[in-house]
Design a protein around this ligand. Structure first.
Ligand SMILES: Cc1cc2nc3c(=O)[nH]c(=O)nc-3n(C[C@H](O)[C@H](O)[C@H](O)COP(=O)(O)OP(=O)(O)OC[C@H]3O[C@@H](n4cnc5c(N)ncnc54)[C@H](O)[C@@H]3O)c2cc1C
Ligand code: SF4
Ligand code: SF4
Length: 451
């Protein structure tokens, strides 16, 4: 096995996800936006201390799960006590949120019940800049944004945690928790007790800022003049809304707008997402995602998929149901997989692609999670063809040939693009898996009280 002594491999491979752990571990490191790749990454390789906490070098999932959830059984989905489908009963909160509005209900509850002194969560700063801030009142929770899908520097969350006395709930994507806990376990163990609850987002991908620039060409805004951006809200899928400093508002449906399908296709993801095996957030106490299920297609406002990994997470969810803040039904672990696909949950693509990159002698993080060995790893020809396409598209992005990429999607990539909709229609609307006896849908009457 190669011994990694600094972050040079991470920088060369573009694998940084901006978690900020290296900045906390090594004061010589500064994470900033790379002007070509348009992702955050360290300006210099730093030291062994930085490499030791970096989730783009390695993540010790087994050690971290034992550290966080001692004595709990670890299965293919990580540590799971229970799985739920839940929705806020406050329709305004639900409709403004990305899925069921559950995160805001959880945060309001733990703040008002005195479990914590503050919430550390992402908020809008200016333009396309978002950063963690401290929220101390339930009313303030509703000012937080929905899901932000572009790459960000997450160091402020760690700085607030280190510099502020008190007990906190923290909202984070999976790789953010990987960096944070790798740093805390090895270098700042005193911070562990300050974290009362982690609310983790389920996470399929994030995008480099090339997505925002490409979308600017398609919709007609100048990226330099963006004053705010939002990706969700207004329904289960939601729309992209970009506001510019002159007050103009540009929108695109995330499901049907062709430009959106080009600019937010997975070749625009940060590189680390292609080898990520932790989409279901193995290190978070309470995980929230979208319930993309045939049985929830009825919703006009969004339903959350919730995974409780700790007893306290279950207690909080029960409190929300008991006080009427949310409706919730318990479901089986299989709904995690059905909602997100085996490809995502079992890392079917990621394990194969990491092995492929390693064979090419390229840097790839060492990531073996609890889902390793489940699912069917994709064949090498599949990942090799993806890799060729990725290299080609990243060259086009670097040259800012976004219009050509759109034309390409409408011509040589058209078949793959159409097949995505066909698959969606077959699985979610026609429910072919239920019709062919592969799975049993959740009975309709269990959703009474959901909208
Ligand atoms: C990058 C990203 C990718 C995602 N991919 C998937 C996916 O593939 N499948 C799926 O089911 N769900 C995914 N989600 C989660 C989903 O979009 C919703 O965030 C989740 O269902 C919670 O919805 P809600 O209605 O409870 O929360 P909301 O009311 O929408 O609250 C969102 C909360 O998340 C915080 N937040 C938003 N963006 C970020 C960010 N980038 N980093 C850290 N904190 C953030 C906000 O501060 C807020 O507290 C993703 C989220 C993100 C941010
Ligand atoms: S992934 Fe995190 S720790 Fe690694 S280089 Fe990027 S910001 Fe630093
Ligand atoms: S897919 Fe994985 S690497 Fe990418 S942003 Fe989400 S958690 Fe991070």
């Amino acid at each position: 096995m190669n011994v990694t002594t600094d972050l040079s491999g991470v920088i060369a491979s573009g694998m940084c996800i901006g978690c900020g752990a290296c900045e906390m571990a090594d004061s010589s490191v500064r994470v900033s936006l790379n002007p070509k790749k348009l992702i955050f990454e360290p300006e210099t390789p730093g030291s062994q201390a930085a490499a030791d906490v970096c989730p783009a070098v390695a993540v010790d999932y087994e050690g971290l799960q034992k550290y966080l959830f001692p004595d709990s059984a670890i299965g293919a989905y990580g540590v799971v006590r229970s799985v739920h489908l839940s929705q806020s009963t406050n329709s305004a909160r639900n409709i403004a949120a990305s899925s069921g509005g559950l995160i805001k209900e959880v945060l309001r509850n733990v703040l008002s019940s005195g479990d914590i002194d503050g919430v550390i969560a992402l908020d809008h700063v200016a333009g396309i800049d978002f950063a963690a801030r401290l929220v101390t009142t339930p009313e303030d929770v509703d000012t937080l944004p929905g899901s932000i899908y572009h790459n960000l520097k997450q160091t402020p969350a760690l700085q607030i945690l280190r510099n502020t006395p008190g007990r906190f709930a923290l909202v984070a994507i999976p790789c953010q928790l990987e960096g944070m806990y790798s740093w805390i376990r090895t270098q700042a163990p005193e911070l562990r007790d300050k974290i009362v609850l982690t609310v983790g987002l389920l996470c399929g991908w994030q995008y480099s800022h090339h997505s925002i620039n490409a979308m600017g060409e398609y919709l007609g805004y100048d990226p330099a003049t963006i004053s705010d951006i939002s990706y969700r809200g207004g329904g289960p899928v939601g729309k992209l809304t970009v506001t510019t400093t002159d007050g103009e508002v540009y929108t695109a449906s995330r499901r049907v707008d062709f430009g959106y399908q080009v600019a937010f296709d997975r070749h625009f993801n940060t590189n680390r997402c292609h080898v990520c095996i932790n989409h279901s957030n193995f290190l978070a106490d309470l995980v929230v995602g979208d319930a993309w299920l045939p049985s929830t297609v009825f919703t006009k406002t969004g339903v959350s998929l919730v995974v409780c990994r700790t007893e306290f997470a279950e207690t909080v969810l029960k409190r929300l149901v008991d006080n009427g803040s949310c409706v919730s039904i318990e479901v089986g672990e299989d709904e995690i997989r059905e909602s997100q696909t085996d490809r995502v949950i079992f890392g079917e693509f990621a394990y194969a692609y990491a092995a492929f990159l390693q064979n090419l002698g390229l840097h790839t993080p060492r990531l073996i999670g609890p889902n390793h060995g489940f699912g069917s790893v994709k064949p090498e020809r599949h990942v090799a063809s993806f890799h060729r396409e990725l290299v080609r598209k990243q060259t086009l992005m670097a040259a800012k040939r976004y219009r050509y990429m759109k034309w390409r999607k409408g011509t040589r990539e058209l078949r793959g693009y159409i097949m995505r909709y066909v698959r969606w229609f077959l699985v979610r609307i026609l429910r072919v898996k239920s019709l062919s006896g592969q799975r049993k849908e959740i009975a309709k009457d269990r959703f009474s009280g959901f909208r």
